[in-house]
Write a protein of this length. Structure first.
Lengths: 376, 319, 314
C-alpha cells in the first residue's frame, strides 16, 4: 500500500512522546436544555496507553456516547458546557479551537459511528468518502487517494474493491457498510480510534467479524482503541481495561480479567448477569436491571445507582461513594458496600447473587480511606 | 383525539434534540437523557411562545376582516362617490387616506376592495377544501384503483397551467365575484387533494388505524375519528398558504382588468389604477395603500401559517 | 437508470396527450363562437354557417381535435383568426423572451437563496436566521404586479438607471437586451427567493443533525467543505422539486411583467389572444406551455437521478 507520510501538525507542540497516549482528567460535559442542565458526563478521569484497548460500558443514558464525543471535542457549538482536560499525545485537546482540532481529527484521532447507514453520506460514492480524508491529511492527489481507497477497502475485507469503490452506501449490506466506516476511520493511520457501539446494528455473526477485523487492524497498526458499548460481552475478550459508566460517572474501572473475576460494583454485576451465556440452561431467564437510569438534570443524592440497587442502604442514599481502591491499585470502584466474591458487604443483607452460596456476614468497609481520583 | 401529537411525529424526541443541538446527531444517550423532558411535559410544543410578530399578524388579519364585514356600518362615504372638488388629495381629516383622481375616498375604496380579496381567498379555499380535501381523505385511506386514478388525474390537471385556464374561463364566462371565486376554488382542488391525500395515506398505515379496523370500526368512523383529526394540522397550514396564493392570483387578474368589473374596487384593480397613466408620480397614495395592505395581509397569512406549521411540527418540504 | 427514465418518458407522452385534450376542450367547451370574432356580432346567420364550414367547426368535436392534432405533428398550430399570423410564429418570437426572463430571475433567486440558507442554517434561531426567515415572508408577500410598478417608479422613472419598457432581442444587441431584462426579471424573483431559501434552510437544518455530518466533522473536514460537499446535495431534494413547479408556473406567470414592460413574450400573447377570443392561438399556446411544464418536470426528474442515486432503485 502506497503510504505517504502524514502532514505534520501545524499548531504549537506541547511536548510529545512521554506518558500515556490519552489522558482524560475530570471531564464534565453538560447540555443546557429548557428544563435544566443535563450533566451527561460528570467528572470522568482515565488514561489509555499506546496500542491498548479500553472498553467503556454502560446502559443507554449512562453518558458513554457523550463521553466519546466530548473526548473528540465533537460537540455542538451551543448550549454545551465542558470542563476538565483531555490530553492526546501530549497535546491538550480541550485547549484547541476547532481549526486545530481539524488537524487531529481523522489524522491522529478518528471515530467509528454506531449506525453505518446514517453515518455514511447517502449521496456520495464510498470511494470519495474514503479518499477525501486522504487528500486532506496525507496530501494525496486524486489518483493516489483513489488507489489507496481501493487498498483500504481490500484491507477491511471488501471483495472486488476496484468495483465497490464506485458504489453508494445504499448498495452495500450493513456489515459491508461498517467495514467501509472502519476503512474511513483508519485511512490516515490514526493513533487512537473511538469506536462508538460499532456493532450494535449488526447481526451477531457479523458483529464478531467486524470486531475481529478491528482487532487485527489494531495489532497491525499499533493503534489504541476505545470501544464504547452497552454490551459487556463485546469487550470481555477484546479490551485490556474496562470502564463501567453509570449516570455520567465511572462506577468501576479495572483490567478486564480483574473486573470479571473480582467484580466490586453491584451495577457491574447486574450488567454481567444480563449477558446470555451458552452454559445457561435453555429457557433460563436473564436478569434484567429493573428501572431506568436516573434523570441527569436532577440526579439522586448519594449513590446514583442506589434507587435500583438491591443492596442499597441509607448511607448509599445519603452520600455519594467516591471512586476508590481496595488492595489492587488499578481496580477502582464507587461503592460503599462492594461485593466480595459476588456477595454484598452491605449490612442486614443476606441475599446471594451469582454462583456462590455461602452468605458471609457483612463487614462494612465503609471506613476505608477514600483514594478516588474524582473527589470534588 | 388522544396524543395525536405523539402519533403525528414518531421521532419527536430525536427532533427536539436535533433542534437543541444543531450539528450533532441525536444519539440514544441524549434521547434518554432528555426523554423525561419530552415525556414529563406534554405541552412542550406549546411552550414555545408564538412571539410578537405572530400576534401582530393575527391582529392585522382580524382588523382587515372586521373592516370588510362592517364596511357598510363604518362612517365611510360610498367607494364610488366622485367628489370633483377634492381630486388627488393627500390624507386629511375628511379623507383619512386621501382621494384619487376622480375624488373618490381612498379609505372607502380600500376597505370595500378588501372584500374581494377576502371572499375569493377564503371561499375559494373552502371550495378546494370541501371537494379536494374530502376526495384526498378518502383516496388516501382507501387506496386501490380509485386512488390511482384520482392521483394520476390530479397530476395531469396540475401540469396544465392553471393561470391560463383561469384567464380563459374568466374571460369567456364573464367577470363576476361569484365566477372568480368558483374558478379559483376549482383550481385549488387538485392542490388540496394531493396534500391531504399524502397526509391521509401516511396515517392510514399507522398502528392506531389498523387497531381500529381490527376492532370492527366502520370506514366512515375511521376516516372521521382517526384520520381526520390527524390530517387537520397539515390542512390548516396548507390552507392558509393557499389563501395567500389565491389572493395573489385574484390580484393579478384584477390588475389585468380580468377580475370583478369596474368600478367595484378590489385591491388588485386599485393597484392598477394607482400605476396606470403615470398616477404613481402624481398621486402615489392611490397605489400605496392597497399595495401596503395587500403586502401586510399576505405576509400575515404566510407567517401565521408558518408558525402553526412549526407548532404542529410539519416538515416544510411536505407543503 | 435508463429504465427509470424510460418510464418517466412514457408518462410524459401520456400526460402530454391528455393535456392536448384539455387544451382543446378548454377552448371548445366555453361559450362563445369564433365566427363572432371574425365577422363581428352583426353578420347574418348564413355567413356564419359558411365560415363555420370553412373552418371545419361544423364537424364533430373528436374530428376537429384529430385534425388539429394531426396538423400539430406537422408543425402547424394553425393561424390566428384575426391577424392571420401563424401560432408557430407567435411562439417562436415569444419563447426567447420568457426563456430569458425565467433564466435571469432563477439565477438571481438561486444565487441569493442558496448562500443565505447555507449561512443561516448553521446557526438556526439566531438573530441572522430570524431576520432572514421573517423577511422572506415579506418577499412571499410581494407579487410581481406590486413589485414591478414600484421598480419602474424608482429605478426607471426616478433614477433613470434602466429603461421603463421595451425589448430588444439578444441577438440584436446583447447589452441593450440585458439592460432591459433586469427590472422585469427582478420583479418576478421575490417569491422564488423566499420559497427556495425556506425549503433549503429547513432541509439543511435537518441534514446537519444527521450522523454523516458528525462523521464528516470527525474526519477533520472544513465547515465549508462539509456544507457544500456533504450537506448541500442531500438537502436539495425539496428545493429541486419546488424549482420544477415554480419554473413551470413562471412560464405562464411572466405575463404581468411582459404586459407592464411591453415585452412580446408568450404570456403577453396569450392574454391578448384570450381577450380577443383568438381561439387557435389560445389553444396552441396553452398546449405548448403545459407541455413545456411537463418537460421541465422530466428534466428535474433526470437531475434527481444525479443528485440522489437512490431514486433510480426505488
Amino acid at each position: 500500500m502506497a503510504r505517504r507520510t502524514k502532514k505534520t501538525l501545524e499548531f504549537k507542540d506541547v511536548g510529545t512522546g512521554s506518558g500515556p497516549l490519552l489522558v482524560v482528567d475530570d471531564l464534565h460535559t453538560a447540555f443546557r436544555t429548557g428544563r435544566g442542565t443535563v450533566r451527561a458526563v460528570d467528572g470522568v478521569s482515565f488514561e489509555v496507553e499506546e496500542g491498548k484497548t479500553l472498553g467503556i460500558v454502560g446502559e443507554s443514558g449512562s453518558g458513554k456516547t457523550v463521553l466519546s464525543r466530548s473526548i473528540m471535542g465533537l460537540l455542538p457549538p451551543r448550549d454545551v458546557v465542558r470542563s476538565g482536560t483531555v490530553h492526546f499525545g501530549g497535546h491538550e485537546l480541550t485547549a484547541m479551537d476547532e481549526s486545530q482540532l481539524r488537524e487531529v481529527w481523522g489524522a491522529e484521532l478518528s471515530m467509528i459511528f454506531q449506525d453505518p447507514m446514517t453515518a455514511l453520506n447517502p449521496v456520495k460514492r464510498i470511494g470519495v468518502q474514503i479518499a477525501e480524508s486522504l487528500a486532506l491529511h496525507m496530501g494525496m492527489d486524486k489518483k493516489e487517494s483513489r488507489s489507496t481507497a481501493v487498498e483500504l477497502l481490500r484491507s477491511v475485507g471488501i471483495p472486488s474493491p476496484e468495483e465497490r469503490v464506485r458504489w453508494y452506501p445504499f448498495q452495500l449490506s450493513g456489515g459491508m457498510r461498517q467495514r467501509v466506516m472502519i476503512a474511513i476511520a483508519l485511512a490516515c493511520a490514526p493513533r487512537l480510534v473511538l469506536a462508538d457501539e460499532p456493532t450494535t446494528g449488526l447481526d451477531v455473526t457479523v458483529q464478531a467479524q467486524i470486531l475481529d477485523l478491528l482487532a487485527d487492524l489494531q495489532r497491525e497498526r499499533h493503534m489504541a482503541v476505545i470501544l464504547v458499548t452497552h454490551d459487556l460481552g463485546v469487550v470481555a475478550t477484546r479490551a485490556d481495561d474496562i470502564i463501567v459508566m453509570y449516570a455520567g460517572k465511572i462506577v468501576e474501572r479495572a483490567p478486564t480479567r480483574t473486573l470479571f473475576n473480582d467484580t466490586k460494583m453491584p451495577y457491574t454485576r447486574a450488567l454481567m448477569d444480563s449477558i446470555p451465556r451458552l452454559s445457561d440452561p435453555s429457557g433460563a431467564r436473564l436478569d434484567a436491571i429493573a428501572g431506568r437510569p436516573p434523570d441527569l438534570v436532577n440526579p439522586p443524592t448519594g449513590c446514583r445507582f442506589a434507587p435500583r440497587c438491591q443492596y442499597a442502604q441509607d448511607k448509599c442514599r445519603q452520600s455519594e461513594p467516591p471512586l476508590r481502591t481496595v488492595g489492587s491499585p488499578d481496580h477502582l470502584f464507587a461503592c460503599w458496600y462492594p461485593l466480595v466474591d459476588g456477595v454484598s458487604t452491605a449490612p442486614a443483607v443476606a441475599v446471594t447473587v451469582g454462583p456462590t452460596n455461602n452468605p458471609t456476614a457483612g463487614s462494612p468497609s465503609a471506613a476505608a480511606p477514600s483514594t478516588g481520583e474524582n473527589d470534588g | 383525539m388522544p396524543d395525536d401529537r405523539e402519533l403525528l411525529d414518531t421521532g419527536s424526541s430525536a427532533k427536539l434534540l436535533g433542534d437543541r443541538f444543531p450539528g450533532m446527531a441525536a444519539t440514544d444517550e441524549q434521547v434518554v437523557a432528555l426523554q423525561s423532558e419530552t415525556l414529563d411535559s406534554d405541552d412542550v410544543l406549546s411552550k414555545k411562545p408564538f412571539g410578537f410578530l405572530f400576534w401582530f399578524a393575527i391582529t392585522w388579519v382580524g382588523l382587515v376582516f372586521l373592516a370588510a364585514i362592517f364596511a357598510n356600518l363604518l362612517p365611510l362615504q360610498s367607494p364610488n362617490f366622485q367628489n370633483y372638488s377634492a381630486l388627488n388629495q393627500g390624507p386629511s381629516s375628511a379623507h383619512l387616506l386621501g382621494t384619487d383622481d376622480l375624488g373618490r375616498d381612498l379609505l372607502a375604496r380600500l376597505i370595500f376592495g378588501s372584500r374581494v380579496s377576502l371572499i375569493v381567498g377564503f371561499c375559494g379555499v373552502a371550495i378546494g377544501l370541501v371537494v379536494g380535501g374530502t376526495a384526498g381523505l378518502i383516496s388516501g385511506y382507501k387506496g386501490g384503483r380509485l386512488d390511482v386514478a384520482l392521483n394520476a388525474g390530479s397530476f395531469i390537471i396540475l401540469a396544465f397551467p392553471a393561470i391560463v385556464a383561469v384567464i380563459a374561463i374568466v374571460t369567456f364566462w364573464g367577470q363576476s365575484l361569484f365566477h372568480i371565486t368558483i374558478i379559483l376554488g376549482i383550481a385549488t382542488i387538485p392542490l388540496m387533494f394531493r396534500v391531504i391525500r399524502a397526509s391521509s395515506l401516511s396515517f392510514a398505515q399507522r398502528d392506531f388505524v389498523i387497531a381500529a379496523k381490527t376492532m370492527g370500526a366502520t370506514d366512515t368512523r375511521i376516516v372521521l375519528r382517526e384520520i381526520l383529526p390527524n390530517v387537520i394540522p397539515v390542512t390548516v397550514t396548507f390552507s392558509l398558504i393557499t389563501v395567500a396564493g389565491i389572493i395573489v392570483i385574484e390580484g393579478t387578474l384584477a390588475f389585468l382588468g380580468l377580475s370583478v368589473n369596474l368600478p367595484t374596487p378590489s385591491w388588485g384593480n386599485l393597484i392598477n389604477e394607482g400605476t396606470a397613466n403615470n398616477a404613481l408620480s402624481t398621486n402615489p397614495y392611490i397605489m400605496m395603500w392597497p399595495a401596503m395592505s395587500m403586502f401586510l395581509l399576505l405576509w400575515s397569512i404566510n407567517l401565521i401559517g408558518d408558525r402553526l406549521r412549526q407548532r404542529f411540527d410539519i416538515r416544510e418540504g411536505l407543503l | 437508470m435508463g429504465k427509470y427514465l424510460l418510464r418517466r418518458l412514457l408518462q410524459l407522452v401520456v400526460v402530454s396527450f391528455v393535456i392536448s385534450v384539455l387544451a382543446f376542450l378548454l377552448v371548445h367547451l366555453l361559450p362563445g363562437d369564433p365566427t363572432t370574432t371574425i365577422l363581428g356580432p352583426n353578420d347574418t346567420a348564413a355567413n356564419r354557417a359558411i365560415l363555420m364550414k370553412q373552418l371545419g367547426l361544423d364537424l364533430p368535436l373528436w374530428q376537429q381535435y384529430l385534425t388539429w392534432l394531426g396538423a400539430i405533428f406537422q408543425g402547424n398550430f394553425g393561424n390566428s383568426y384575426l391577424n392571420h399570423q401563424s401560432v408557430t410564429h407567435i411562439l417562436a418570437t415569444g419563447a426567447p423572451v420568457d426563456f430569458e426572463l425565467i433564466l435571469i430571475s432563477q439565477t438571481i433567486a438561486f444565487s441569493v437563496a442558496v448562500p443565505l440558507a447555507l449561512v443561516t442554517s448553521r446557526k438556526p434561531n439566531r438573530p441572522l436566521d430570524n431576520v432572514s426567515t421573517t423577511s422572506t415572508f415579506g418577499l412571499l408577500a410581494l407579487p410581481p404586479f406590486v413589485v414591478a410598478p414600484i421598480l419602474v417608479a424608482v429605478f426607471a422613472v426616478g433614477l433613470g438607471w434602466f429603461p421603463a419598457t421595451g425589448y430588444t432581442p439578444f441577438t440584436q444587441s446583447p447589452a441593450t437586451n440585458i439592460h432591459q431584462m433586469i427590472l422585469p426579471s427582478v420583479a418576478i424573483t421575490a417569491g422564488s427567493i423566499a420559497v427556495y431559501y425556506r425549503l433549503l434552510r429547513s432541509d439543511l437544518i435537518s441534514t446537519l443533525q444527521q450522523d454523516f455530518i458528525t462523521m464528516a466533522r470527525s474526519k477533520g473536514l472544513s465547515s465549508r467543505r462539509i456544507m457544500w460537499r456533504h450537506a448541500f446535495r442531500p438537502s436539495s431534494f425539496s428545493l429541486l422539486a419546488a424549482a420544477g413547479i415554480n419554473i413551470g408556473a413562471l412560464i405562464a406567470g411572466t405575463f404581468v411583467v411582459e404586459l407592464l414592460f411591453a415585452m412580446p413574450g408568450i404570456g403577453y400573447a396569450l392574454v391578448q389572444a384570450v381577450e380577443q377570443r383568438d381561439y387557435l392561438v389560445v389553444q396552441g399556446i396553452a398546449l405548448v406551455v403545459a407541455i413545456a411544464y411537463v418537460i421541465i418536470q422530466f428534466i428535474i426528474d433526470f437531475i434527481f437521478t444525479i443528485v440522489d442515486p437512490r431514486v433510480v432503485r426505488e
